[in-house]
Design a binder for this molecule. Structure first.
Ligand SMILES: NC(=O)c1ccc[n+]([C@@H]2O[C@H](COP(=O)([O-])OP(=O)(O)OC[C@H]3O[C@@H](n4cnc5c(N)ncnc54)[C@H](O)[C@@H]3O)[C@@H](O)[C@H]2O)c1
Length: 412
């Protein structure tokens, strides 16, 4: 099943419970606009290479479209389309006034220099600046892009459209960014893991946790949860997994990673395991925070966690989702679990429109409030309709987008 088909599968499961008409399904599922652009870029050695960039604008009925910009060698139109539609449901689940979009350039971000990355970014803006903007479509960082890329993006956009930092979020704090954006997704994962443990009747102190991926999201989630006295027993990154049944000292892991070029390779004080082993550990909570598609029909039977919190986008394949549900393993779905990032992006956009800098306490307080509200709504709906949390989350999102489409006169 390809990526967009997978999102459609979840969309249709929720649409069935809601009894949505075929006409409305087609309206809500179809992207509004798909842009493919050619990016001829000069590399440092003088070669001219022609890259392909995408921006899919899925739905704008609830507000300007919002979604990251990914630089990765596996980026293609289907992946961008799936992630754009996921953003429509995610922004609606947490009830921020945005639609959904996503962008990407097919390039290996680790194989290009910083100057090459800058030229790719500026060329991409050259091609799409008329189609984006603070009231139209607001990109943000994703895999392979960061606050530096966003600063180049704004600078290039301003040359065409005039000064307007609200055109992207995830900017450096010193250049119209917001404090707390970097930690936001991982912090949100932590907040919602604790709430889920409470609803499932587990004690938070001592709850065992395994985290796959120790980048931005995984490291901040692990830090938040260890500060809440959970026992983080395993972490991993591209170099492999590190397991200590007594619990890892997460600040030591963070320091080690920082001092070793963002790699955990050779981390002492823990048993080396594989990324596959980590997924199958006997823990209360499993947090996949690296890649999509890591839990499949191949390994679903061997998953021993009681709760899976989807920090990454689509880490569980749809057919594995059914197997896990049949085994009563609770999944907190990506559209809710990792929505902390886009929520603080919304605060950044609002801050830019007000030209008033928010402080960290305000960001954290409002993030907690918005995620907690969404969590309670989704959990209660799941209980009421006896459906999974994923179906309930899609139901919340779809209902909000459908109502907005109706009020706008787009459907009867
Ligand atoms: N950053 C955000 O705000 C945000 C928001 C929503 C969703 N997400 C999703 O969360 C996931 C992680 O994002 P991030 O921002 O932390 O990325 P990142 O690049 O900062 O970190 C990714 C981590 O995963 C590890 N990794 C990469 N390939 C791996 C593999 N094959 N096996 C195991 N580990 C591997 C890397 O070593 C790194 O530790 C992605 O799926 C992303 O789409 C991120």
């Amino acid at each position: 099943m390809k990526a967009f088909e997978a999102v459609q599968h979840y969309f249709n499961s929720a649409a069935d419970v809601l009894g949505l008409s075929d006409e409305l399904r087609t309206l809500l599922a179809t992207p509004e606009r798909e842009i493919t652009v050619q990016l001829p870029v000069e590399m440092d050695d003088g070669r001219l290479v022609s890259l392909i960039g995408y921006r899919v604008q899925h739905n704008r009925v609830r507000g300007p479209m919002k979604g990251g910009l990914r630089y990765h060698h596996e980026v293609d139109l289907d992946e961008v389309r799936s992630l754009a539609s996921l953003m429509t449901w995610k922004t609606a689940v947490v009830n921020i006034p945005f639609g959904g979009a996503k962008g990407g350039v097919t390039v290996d971000s680790r194989a290009i220099s910083s100057r090459e990355k800058e030229r790719i970014t500026r060329k991409f803006v050259d091609e799409i600046h008329e189609l984006i903007g603070p009231d139209k479509d607001i990109p943000a960082p994703d895999m392979g892009t960061d606050h530096e890329v966003m600063a180049w993006f704004v600078n290039q956009y301003n040359k065409y459209e005039g000064f307007n930092p609200a055109v992207v979020t995830g900017k450096p704090v010193e250049a119209y960014g917001i404090p707390g954006r970097e930690e936001a997704t991982g912090r949100g994962v932590g907040i919602l893991t604790i709430k889920s443990l409470g609803r499932l009747g587990y004690k938070v102190p001592g709850a065992t946790i395994a985290v796959q991926g120790f980048g931005n999201v995984g490291s901040h989630a692990a830090k938040f949860l260890s500060e809440a006295e959970c026992k983080v027993v395993a972490v991993s990154d591209l170099s492999g997994g590190y397991y200590n049944p007594e619990g890892l000292d997460i600040m030591q892991v963070v320091r080690y990673s920082r001092e070793h070029g963002n790699s955990l390779a050779g981390f002492p004080g823990a048993k080396a395991i594989t990324n596959d082993d980590l997924l199958e550990l006997d823990v209360v909570v499993l947090i996949p925070a690296a890649l999509g598609g890591v839990i499949t029909t191949e390994n679903a039977d061997r998953i021993r966690a009681k709760l899976i919190v989807e920090a990454a986008n689509m880490p569980v394949r749809p057919d594995a989702d059914d197997l896990l549900a049949a085994r009563d393993i609770t999944i907190l779905p990506d559209v809710l679990a990792n929505a902390g990032g886009v929520t603080v992006s919304y605060f950044e956009w609002a801050q830019n429109r007000q030209f008033y800098q928010w402080n960290l306490n305000r960001v954290r307080g409002e993030l907690d409030h918005m995620l907690s509200t969404a969590f309670e709504q989704v959990w209660d709906l799941a209980v009421e309709h006896k459906v999974t949390l994923r179906t309930a989350a899609y139901m919340v999102g779809i209902q909000r987008v459908a109502l907005a489409a109706k009020l706008a006169g787009l459907t009867s």
